[in-house]
Design a protein around this ligand. Structure first.
Ligand SMILES: Cc1cc2nc3c(=O)[nH]c(=O)nc-3n(C[C@H](O)[C@H](O)[C@H](O)COP(=O)(O)OP(=O)(O)OC[C@H]3O[C@@H](n4cnc5c(N)ncnc54)[C@H](O)[C@@H]3O)c2cc1C
Length: 469
């Protein structure tokens, strides 16, 4: 039987894959997506790690275990990296805030950078996202209301910080006048499922319910070794687009290139803190996104903190993680409107996740680091700032959840990089014809702290580019 060769195959069904697909197939082109969807464990031998998943991912342990098993990744104890093998991957669970500004941290050529910006702006408009985006040429405004004490900080900047509102990942609310409490969280959330609903009738998308375990070259096409729980299959494609999230993409590419050296995965190490607000902050959402960003104005050490009011889902997660707290759950609920959660996200220079081929497997690990001391200084600065501005009481609690528990992974196959693990301006893997990377692997998000918006914009740019050739 003659083998069928697809014109193009895309690996993954997160927001980077689906946005690529949306642009690529807008003029009627068919597109093939390879992505696995099944909650059952792929193997009985999965170990029992990943006990504490982020609030949004409660109940998804099997998808997380399947991700590491399917991608042949061995994760060391002190490394807290996550992934999810299911329709949408981590794009289903993200914290719902995007940067309302874009920086060119990598000296990407001006034309390409402005094309990414144009796609970001078009995306905001097309999907009617909440928030404001402003630069010299474009203004997008669909503002939302935050408590006065934060709003006034945006106007009167602190000396070390710029204060901004993020963009929020909710779309298409016709009656929206800035009041977040009217948002229908499940229906209007920008996740893969909802995004797919908006495009599926307009696009010809064919799904293959498999995960890719290996990529190789066979004459003038790629051979993809695909698996699911019961079956194995080979899929052949002339062009290959990788959108399986930075870690899986980097592993697949390194394996394809037989790359045995250590690979640094960039990320934003995170400190989680709780403050107590002087005023009551009332949001009714089950899961409130961050509503405010405090961004250091130093170019050399770009860190930021976000502000997220306490909410029902966080209380549920705390009690689930620490069952002995159940009898005092009502106290958490009483205090909910006084709690402010915050993530400090560090500059990428503090990245400490590594990936390396080890026999047939890939090992994910961290190295010794004094990041806790670095966090101590940062949290003191943020605390002082919020206290001076009379927002919080004079105490706080912080916890470092480990390297990788920031869930922003990127920068392993960068633009303008040296060597085989880098891409050209159209995200084509250098030295390899017809293989493209459209997820966060290609960026260094040094200034920007919420990667998804720029990643989506870039995936759309490449989708548009490849549709033309
Ligand atoms: C709790 C949490 C909060 C976050 N908050 C924010 C935030 O507020 N703002 C922000 O910008 N970002 C946030 N992020 C990061 C954001 O979720 C990611 O940047 C985003 O999901 C990346 O999208 P992606 O499509 O590139 O990858 P993913 O969403 O990870 O999708 C990868 C896809 O590839 C599939 N896949 C994986 N391996 C294979 C394989 N071998 N074969 C086939 N398919 C495969 C997966 O099933 C999935 O469909 C957060 C992440 C988490 C977990």
């Amino acid at each position: 039987m003659k083998k069928q060769v697809l014109d193009l195959a895309i690996i993954g069904s997160g927001l980077s894959a689906l946005n690529f697909a949306d642009e690529y197939s807008k003029n009627g082109k068919k597109i093939n997506i390879i992505s696995y969807k099944d909650e059952k464990p792929l193997t009985k031998n999965n170990n029992g790690k990943f006990k504490y998943l982020p609030t949004q991912m409660r109940g998804k342990t099997n998808n997380v275990k399947n991700y590491f098993y399917g991608n042949n990744l061995v994760i060391e104890d002190d490394c807290k990296v996550l992934g999810s093998l299911d329709f949408g991957g981590l794009s289903n669970y993200w914290g719902l805030q995007l940067d309302g500004y874009i920086n060119n941290d990598q000296n990407i050529n001006k034309k390409i950078f402005s094309s990414i910006e144009k796609h970001f702006f078009k995306f905001l408009k097309k999907y009617n996202l909440i928030g404001s985006y402003l630069n010299d040429k474009f203004i997008y405004k669909k503002d939302f209301i935050i408590p006065n004490e934060f709003e006034r900080l945006i106007k009167n900047k602190g000396s070390n910080f710029n204060c901004k509102k993020p963009m929020l990942g909710f779309f298409n609310q016709s009656k929206f006048k800035g009041e977040l409490n009217i948002v229908n969280e499940s229906k209007n959330k920008l996740n893969s499922e909802n995004f797919f609903k908006t495009i599926k009738n307009k696009r010809q998308i064919i799904f293959h319910n498999y995960y890719v375990s290996n990529i190789s070259k066979e004459k003038d096409c790629f051979k993809l070794q695909c698996k699911n729980k019961n079956k194995e299959k080979k899929i052949f494609a002339k062009k290959l687009v990788l959108a399986s999230g930075t870690i899986a993409t980097t592993k697949l590419v390194a394996d394809y290139l037989n790359y045995g050296k250590e690979i640094k995965i960039k990320h934003h190490p995170r400190l989680l803190s709780v403050f107590f607000s002087k005023k009551i902050i009332k949001f009714k959402l089950n899961f409130t996104p961050s509503i405010f960003q405090i961004i250091s104005n130093s170019n050399k050490d770009c860190y930021s903190a976000d502000i997220r009011p306490g909410n029902k889902l966080i209380t549920e997660s705390i009690v689930e993680a620490f069952p002995f707290l159940k009898p005092i759950k009502f106290i958490f609920n009483l205090l909910r409107h006084r709690t402010i959660f915050s993530n400090i996200l560090l500059d990428t220079k503090y990245s400490n996740i590594f990936l390396r081929k080890n026999g047939q497997k890939f090992r994910l690990y961290c190295k010794q680091s004094d990041v806790k001391n670095i966090f101590k200084k940062k949290i003191k600065n943020i605390f002082k700032f919020l206290f001076k501005k009379k927002i919080i009481f004079p105490f706080y609690y912080s916890i470092f959840p480990g390297f990788g528990a920031d869930y922003h992974y990127f920068g392993s196959i960068p633009f303008n990089g040296k060597g085989r693990l880098s891409v050209d301006k159209y995200c084509r893997l250098k030295g390899s014809k017809n293989i493209y990377v459209v997820d966060s692997s290609v960026f260094n998000f040094k200034t920007n702290k919420y990667p998804l918006g720029i990643t989506i914009a870039n995936a759309r740019r490449i989708g548009e580019h490849l549709a033309k050739i």
